[in-house]
Design a protein around this ligand. Structure first.
Ligand code: NI
Length: 433
C-alpha cells in the first residue's frame, strides 16, 4: 500500500468556504486519510513519498457523466449538421464498420485525453463496451459502462441485452471496484416499451443502474408525442424505467410535470451543454432542475458532437449557457464545480467520491496555477470554471495511484494510441469515398 503526502493549495469541495492556501492531503492506499493545513496529517503518518506542488490547486478528479468514448474515432469526421441526418448519414454508417479493436483504441485515445484534462471517472455508453472496459483497466481510471442498446430490430435488441448482461457479469466491480456496469437503452425513440421493460427487469435482477438519452431534441419530443401522446419522461415513467439509479442524459425538453417525475424517482440528469449547442438541440433547464433539488452532473457527450472531452471547457459552457438564457446570477462557479465533482459522484451512485475528505477515494487532480490566465488570484473557483483549460492539469491520481505526473501519462502509451486511431479511422473513412 503506497502512502503519499500531497502539499498544495487545496480546494476540497466540501463547502464554498473550504480552501487551504498551504494544505496537505494524506493518502494511504486508495483512500484519503486526512486533509487540512500543512502539519495536519496524523502524527504517525509515514508517507513513502511527499509530492510538493505549492503552485498547484488540488481538487477532486472531474466526473464526466455522459460520453461515448470510442467516438474519438469519428472526431472531425462529420460536423455542422443537425442530429438526425448527422446520425443517419454519417455516424451510424461509420460505426457499422468499426471493429471491436477499433473500439479499444478509440476508448484508449479518449482516456488519454480525459486523464490529461483532469477527468478521473467517465460514464460511457457504446458498443463493444468490453473493449472500453479493457482500456479503462489499462488506464487505471474509473468508469460506469453500459452497452448502448436499440430495440426496433429484434435481433439487435436481444444481442444488445445479452452483451450488456455479459458486460455486467464480467466487469461490474472490476479493477478493485473502479468499474461499474449499468444498462444502456439508447433513447425513448429507439427502444419500444416492451424492450425497455425487459431491460429494466434484467437491470433490477442485478441491482444495476440505467443510463439513457432523454428528451434531447425537439424532434424526439414530436416523435414520442405522436407515437404515445406523452412526453418522453411521462412515457418512460409509464414503462416503469424510473426508480433505482437512473442517469437521464440531456433532458433539454422538460415540462414542469416532467421535472416533478424526475424529482419523485430521484432520476439524475447528465447535462451536455456543448453537444446540445453544436447540434442545435437547445438549452436544458439546469437552473430549474437544481432549484428543485434534482441531482445534475456534467458530461461532454461523444467527441463527434463536441469535439473534445475537456471538462473544464464543459463547465465554462454550462455556466455561460444558463446565463445566456437566464440571468448572470445563474449557475455560479462553485455550483458548476459541484456538478462536475460531488454532483457527478451522486449521478454515478458513488458515495465516497467527488470530495477531498477523510475516507473518500483518492481521486485527485492538480492544476498548474503558474499559468498567466490564473493571475491575479482573486477567486480559485472562478478561475477553475471561467479561465482553466484541460492542459493546465499537471497531476492525476485515481484510487491512490498516479496516472499522470508533470503532464506525463504513466499508464497509457499515448504515441502508439494516437497512431493507431489515425490509421484505423482513416481506413474506415476511405471506404465511403
Ligand atoms: Ni450521447
Amino acid at each position: 500500500m503506497s502512502k503519499y503526502l500531497i502539499r498544495a493549495m487545496i480546494l476540497p469541495m466540501t463547502g464554498p468556504d473550504d480552501f487551504y492556501e498551504q494544505g496537505e492531503i494524506a493518502v494511504a492506499g486508495d483512500r484519503i486519510v486526512s486533509v487540512g493545513k500543512i502539519g495536519s496529517a496524523p502524527d504517525d503518518f509515514q508517507p513513502d513519498r511527499i509530492i510538493d506542488l505549492p503552485q498547484d490547486v488540488v481538487m477532486p478528479g472531474l466526473i464526466n457523466t455522459h460520453t461515448h468514448a470510442a467516438m474519438t474515432m469519428l472526431r472531425g469526421y462529420a460536423d455542422d449538421m443537425s442530429l438526425m441526418p448527422w446520425l443517419e448519414e454519417k455516424v451510424w454508417p461509420f460505426e457499422a464498420k468499426m471493429t471491436a479493436e477499433d473500439m479499444y483504441w478509440g476508448s484508449a485515445l479518449a482516456l488519454c485525453e480525459m486523464i490529461r484534462s483532469g477527468t478521473t471517472t467517465m460514464v460511457d455508453m457504446y458498443m463493444h463496451e468490453e473493449e472500453t472496459a479493457q482500456a479503462v483497466l489499462k488506464a487505471g481510471s474509473r468508469a460506469v459502462l453500459s452497452r448502448g442498446m436499440t430495440g426496433f430490430d429484434p435481433v439487435n435488441a436481444s444481442k444488445g441485452l445479452e452483451d450488456n448482461i455479459k458486460l455486467f457479469q464480467t466487469y461490474h466491480h472490476a479493477g478493485e471496484g473502479r468499474i461499474k456496469v449499468f444498462f444502456g437503452p439508447h433513447a425513448p425513440y429507439t427502444c419500444p416499451g416492451e424492450f425497455l421493460q425487459e431491460i429494466k427487469r434484467e437491470a433490477d435482477k442485478l441491482d444495476a443502474g440505467i443510463h439513457i438519452h432523454v428528451a434531447e431534441t425537439k424532434s424526439e419530443l414530436d416523435i414520442i408525442k405522436e407515437r404515445y401522446g406523452k412526453t418522453p419522461v411521462e412515457w418512460l415513467e409509464e414503462q416503469g424505467l424510473f426508480g433505482g439509479q437512473v442517469i437521464a442524459a440531456h433532458c433539454v425538453y422538460l415540462t414542469s410535470k416532467d421535472m416533478d417525475i424526475l424529482k419523485q424517482y430521484g432520476v439524475c440528469v447528465a447535462h451536455n451543454p456543448e453537444s446540445n449547442m453544436k447540434l442545435n438541440s437547445g438549452t436544458a433547464p439546469i437552473t430549474q432542475l437544481l432549484q428543485r433539488g434534482i441531482t445534475v452532473g456534467i458530461g461532454t457527450d461523444g467527441t463527434s458532437s463536441n469535439n473534445d472531452l475537456d471538462m473544464f471547457c464543459e463547465m465554462r459552457s454550462a455556466s455561460l449557457q444558463q446565463k445566456l438564457v437566464g440571468s448572470p446570477e445563474d449557475l455560479k462557479a462553485y455550483e458548476v464545480l459541484e456538478m462536475a465533482t460531488s454532483g457527478g459522484a451522486k449521478v454515478c451512485g458513488f458515495k465516497d467520491l467527488g470530495k477531498i475528505a477523510p475516507g473518500y477515494k483518492a481521486d485527485l487532480i492538480s492544476i498548474d496555477f503558474t499559468q498567466p490566465h490564473f493571475y491575479p488570484r482573486f477567486s480559485i473557483p472562478s478561475h477553475l470554471v471561467y479561465s482553466a483549460k484541460g492542459p493546465d492539469v499537471r497531476t492525476v491520481m485515481v484510487d491512490g495511484k498516479l496516472l499522470m505526473e508533470d503532464r506525463k501519462l504513466l499508464t497509457l502509451d499515448e504515441k502508439t494510441i494516437c497512431q493507431e486511431v489515425e490509421q484505423r479511422a482513416k481506413k474506415i473513412a476511405s471506404t465511403f469515398s
